[in-house]
Design a protein around this ligand. Structure first.
Ligand code: NAD
Length: 474
C-alpha cells in the first residue's frame, strides 16, 4: 500500500517526499504517506475557504443527508478500515470486551448517524410588539483538526463530522503515527461532499504549528497531550482562533468499602486497560478502601493472568502493543520508578520476546500519590492500585492533580456515590462504570484536561457562533 495521497479540493495530490508508517506489533512498514509542505497546507486552506462560501449556505437537510451517507460508506468499508486501524494503531480487531478496531469503526458509524440528527434551531430571545430577536447559529469558517494516535479514526470522526454538519469546511492533520485510516476516510467522504469541504494534509509534528498559526483557519479542534495543547493555545492567538482542546487525563476511580468486588472487577479492568490503557478517559488511578484492598488486587490479578497480549491481527488476542517506541519508553520509565520506590508488581514481570512495542498488562500495588506512576498519565497498560482509609482524604487526593477529564465512584449506595460525584473536579463522573461515552452526552475536561466539549448539541454549538438578528415589527 503506497498509493495514499493528500486530498485537497477533492483531488488526490502526490508529494515529493513521503514518510513511513510502522505496524507497532511487528515494527514492519505498513505504508508510506505523503509528507505535506507548507504550500500544500496553503492550498488546502484556500480550497476549504472557497468551499465554505457554498457549503455554509446549503440547506440543513442537505448536510444531514450527506452525513448519513458518509456513515453508510464507512460501514460498507468497515472491514478495510478496521484492518487499517489494527495495522497502524495496534489494537486487536475484536479485543477484550469487544473494544478493538471493529468497535472503533462501529462507533464511527454510530457517531456520524447521531450527529447527522442533531439540530441547532433558531432561538427566540424576544418577540413583542417592537421586535422579534432571533439567535441564529452560524458556522465559523475553516476548521483545522489535529488528531492523536490512540483512536485515530473515531477521533477524526468526532472532529470532522460536527464541523461539516454545522456548515464549516475542514483541513485535518492526523497523527504521523496513524494517518492511514483517516486518509481513507477522507477519500471516501469526498465521494459524497463537494470538493474542498474536507481536505487532509499528512506530515510530521511540524505541520501542526503551521496550522495553528495559519491566518486562513478560524478554529482548531485538537485532541492530544496537555503539553501540545498549551503550545496550540499560544500559537492560535494570532487571529484569535476558536479552540476546543481535549487533552490528557489522569482519571481517578474510587472504590468504596460497600462494593461486591467480584461483580465490579471486570468493569474496572476493562475501563483501565481499554486500548492497552491508551485512552484519554481510561481509569488511571484506582483508589481502593483498605478493607477490600487485597481482595480487589487478587480479583484484578486473576483477570490479567488469563488475557493475551499480541499482534491484533491474530485470533484470540485481547490487547495489542503500545502504539510507538517513545510512548513505550515512557511507560517503562514510570514502571521502573515505581519499582525503585518499592511498589509491589502483581503482574507484568516479563516482557514478551520478539519485535513490537509490547508491554505486559501490569498491576501495581502498594504505590501512592507522589509516585510518578500515580501523578502522571502513563497512557499504557499499567494501573496503580492505591490504598485509602478515609473518604474525605481520598476525594482530596483524587482532586490533587492538574488533570480533570473523568472520574468514577464504585459503590452499592447510589445516593452516596452521586453525592460524592459533586466533589470530584472533572468533566464526567461515572458511577459503577468508567470511560463510557455516548454521542448524546457532552464530553470534555476541566483544569488542564482542556476546555470545550464534544458530542451532543452542546458539542455541535462549538462549531458555530451566535448571530443575533433584530427584526422590527414594522
Ligand atoms: P500529541 O500532543 O503528541 O500529538 C497530537 C497531535 O498533535 C498529533 O497529530 C501531532 O502531530 C500534533 N502536534 C504535535 N506537536 C504539535 C504542535 N506544536 N502544534 C500543533 N500540533 C502538534 O499527543 P499524542 O501523543 O498523539 O496523544 C496522546 C495524548 O492525547 C494523551 O495525553 C491523551 O490523554 C490525549 N488524548 C486526549 C483525549 C481527550 O479527549 N481528552 C482523547 C485522546 C487522547
Amino acid at each position: 500500500m503506497s498509493d495514499f495521497g493528500l486530498i485537497i479540493n477533492g483531488d488526490r495530490i502526490a508529494t515529493s517526499n513521503r514518510f513511513d508508517v510502522i505496524n507497532p506489533a511487528t515494527e514492519e512498514l505498513v505504508a508510506t504517506c505523503p509528507l505535506a509542505e507548507a504550500s500544500h497546507l496553503d492550498q488546502a486552506v484556500e480550497a476549504a475557504r472557497e468551499a465554505f462560501t457554498h457549503w455554509s449556505q446549503v440547506s440543513d437537510e442537505e448536510r444531514k443527508a450527506a452525513t448519513h451517507k458518509i456513515a453508510d460508506l464507512i460501514e460498507q468499508h468497515g472491514g478495510e478500515l478496521a484492518g487499517m486501524v489494527t495495522e497502524e494503531q495496534g489494537k486487536p480487531l475484536q479485543g477484550f470486551a469487544g473494544l478493538g478496531a471493529q468497535y472503533e469503526i462501529g462507533g464511527s458509524v454510530a457517531w456520524c448517524h447521531a450527529t447527522a440528527e442533531l439540530e441547532l434551531p433558531v432561538k427566540i430571545a424576544q418577540d413583542d410588539e417592537n421586535h422579534r430577536v432571533e439567535l441564529r447559529r452560524k458556522p465559523l469558517g475553516v476548521v483545522g483538526s489535529i488528531t492523536p494516535w490512540n483512536w485515530p479514526l473515531l477521533i477524526a470522526i468526532w472532529h470532522v463530522i460536527p464541523a461539516i454538519r454545522s456548515g464549516n469546511t475542514v483541513v485535518i492533520k492526523p497523527s504521523p503515527y496513524t494517518p492511514l485510516s483517516t486518509l481513507r476516510f477522507v477519500e471516501l467522504a469526498n465521494q459524497i461532499l463537494p470538493p474542498g469541504v474536507l481536505n487532509i494534509v499528512t506530515g510530521q509534528d511540524d505541520l501542526g504549528p503551521l496550522m495553528t498559526a495559519h491566518p486562513g483557519i478560524d478554529k482548531i479542534v485538537f485532541t492530544g497531550s496537555t503539553a501540545t495543547g498549551k503550545k496550540i493555545m499560544q500559537s492560535a492567538a494570532g487571529n484569535l482562533k476558536r479552540l476546543t482542546l481535549e487533552l490528557g487525563g489522569n482519571d481517578a476511580g474510587i472504590v468504596l468499602p460497600d462494593v461486591d468486588v467480584a461483580s465490579i472487577a471486570t468493569g474496572i479492568f476493562a475501563s483501565a486497560f481499554i486500548n492497552s490503557g491508551q485512552t484519554c478517559a481510561a481509569l488511571k488511578r484506582l483508589y481502593v478502601h483498605e478493607s477490600i484492598y487485597e481482595e480487589m488486587c487478587s480479583a484484578l490479578k486473576a483477570i490479567a493472568e488469563n488475557l493475551t497480549v499480541g499482534n491484533g491481527l491474530e485470533e484470540g488476542v485481547d490487547f495489542g502493543p503500545v502504539q510507538n517506541a517513545p510512548q513505550l519508553e515512557k511507560v517503562k520509565a514510570l514502571a521502573a520508578d515505581a519499582r525503585a520506590q518499592g511498589a509491589r508488581f502483581l503482574t507484568g514481570d516479563s516482557l514478551p520476546d520478539g519485535p513490537g512495542f509490547f508491554f505486559p498488562l501490569t498491576l501495581v500495588a502498594d504505590v501512592s500519590d507522589g509516585c510518578r506512576l500515580v501523578d502522571e498519565e502513563p497512557f499504557g497498560p499499567i494501573l496503580p492500585i492505591i490504598k485509602y482509609s478515609d473518604i474525605d482524604e481520598v476525594i482530596e487526593r483524587a482532586n490533587n492533580n492538574p488533570s480533570g477529564l473523568g472520574g468514577s465512584v464504585w459503590s452499592s449506595d447510589l445516593e452516596q456515590a452521586s453525592q460524592l460525584a459533586n466533589r470530584l473536579e472533572c468533566g464526567t463522573v461515572w458511577i459503577n462504570n468508567h470511560a463510557a461515552i455516548q454521542p448524546n452526552v457532552p464530553f470534555g475536561g476541566v483544569k488542564q484536561s482542556g476546555f470545550g466539549v464534544e458530542f451532543s448539541t452542546e458539542g455541535l454549538e462549538e462549531y458555530t457562533s451566535i448571530q443575533s438578528v433584530f427584526i422590527p415589527k414594522s
